[in-house]
Design a protein around this ligand. Structure first.
Ligand SMILES: *Cc1c(COP(=O)(O)O)cnc(C)c1O
Length: 328
């Protein structure tokens, strides 16, 4: 089984410098007061393209051989990875094709086109889109850049672990959103190589947490995909998972699951107390702390991973409840 380690992450960092922005770390006064330990927020939702996915995509693109660059890249993601890959490819002047099913909303399609990628609409499901990706790889020689189970992608996401420990060297706990596990695996590999005693905890939604179900089963399993506020955390880990399953199994100290209400509370807290707009997936670390499901050990770093939320939905969430601390 392969893995990604600190030298890969250091190399990723050198490759993506200038292609991503090093995002800010801020102290949350309200969460620090509530938890009795310093709680720091890594504001990665402010990354270019609105999520950390640009780190992994940029690293994977920069690692391509010249002949591969000449032919271009392809992916089936319609979410933050598709957006990030389109942006990373454009910056390098490469062809990028994003395959999506007919069910993807028009605004997502427009956003990816605006970033210069070719959008191919195929079939009625993610599986149909993936078949088209496989065809383009076989027939046109495009290189598939997957959203998480890829050494270059994991190493790119791991650069967040380096930045976190530089900004908060005394960190004892890191809370990371968890879906396919590229983000958590990369951060845990980087952080634990630097500081073995640090705790890294993954946070998923209770509805359809494929990595958690797989870790419990001891092998990759599929779970039913259901709608959730944390839409960027949906989807499986791949039954033929090569890297992220074993890395998460070996490196994560715990995985906690949140209800939809707990995710909404994270979005609301980010907005009302921290003045940050984050999507559901980006708010789960805050939600986990507020829920009491995680006991933070020492100074704690929460990763805010993305901000690509439909603003009508965001407004509904933040208007549905009184802002914390003003009325109860
Ligand atoms: C993709 C994504 C995640 C989860 O990352 P994985 O590497 O799949 O675990 C978390 N938050 C946001 C905003 C994402 O786009």
């Amino acid at each position: 089984m392969g893995s990604v380690s600190l030298p890969d992450v250091n190399a990723a960092r050198d490759r993506i410098v200038g292609r991503i922005v090093p995002t800010q770390m801020v102290l949350s006064r309200s969460l620090s007061d509530a938890m009795g330990v310093p709680v720091h927020l890594k504001l990665e939702h402010r990354q270019t393209t609105g999520s950390f996915k640009l780190r992994g995509a940029s690293n994977a693109v920069a690692m391509l051989k010249l002949a591969e660059k000449a032919r271009g890249v392809v992916a089936a993601s319609t979410g933050n990875h598709g957006r990030a890959l389109a942006h990373a490819a454009k910056l390098e002047g490469l062809r990028a094709v994003i395959c999506m099913s007919r069910l993807v909303p028009a605004n997502k399609l427009e956003e990816i086109r605006r970033l210069g990628a070719e959008v191919l609409i195929v079939g009625n499901s993610q599986d149909d889109a993936q078949e088209e990706v496989d065809r383009l790889v076989a027939e046109e020689g495009l290189t598939m850049v997957p959203p998480f189970d890829h050494p270059g992608v994991i190493a790119g996401q791991g650069t967040l672990g380096l930045e976190m420990l530089e900004d908060v060297p005394d960190a004892g706990t890191i809370l990371v959103p968890l879906s396919g596990g590229g983000l958590a695996a990369g951060i845990a590999a980087a952080a634990k190589a630097t500081k073995p005693e640090i705790k890294v905890v993954g946070v998923s939604m209770a509805r359809g947490a494929a990595m958690k179900a797989s870790l419990d089963a001891g092998r990759p399993v599929s779970v039913e995909e259901v709608p959730t506020l944390a839409d960027s955390l949906g989807g499986g880990i791949g039954l033929d998972n090569r890297l992220t399953f074993s890395m998460c199994r070996d490196l994560l100290d715990d995985v906690v699951l949140l209800s939809e209400e707990e995710i909404a509370a994270g979005i609301l807290h980010a907005y009302g107390q921290e003045r940050e707009v984050v999507e559901g997936a980006g708010a789960v670390a805050i939600g986990a702390l507020l829920s009491g499901k995680v006991r933070p050990v020492g100074p704690t770093v929460l990763l805010l991973s993305g901000r690509n939320i439909d603003m009508v939905r965001h407004r509904a969430i933040v208007c549905a409840q009184p802002v914390e601390g003003t009325t109860k």
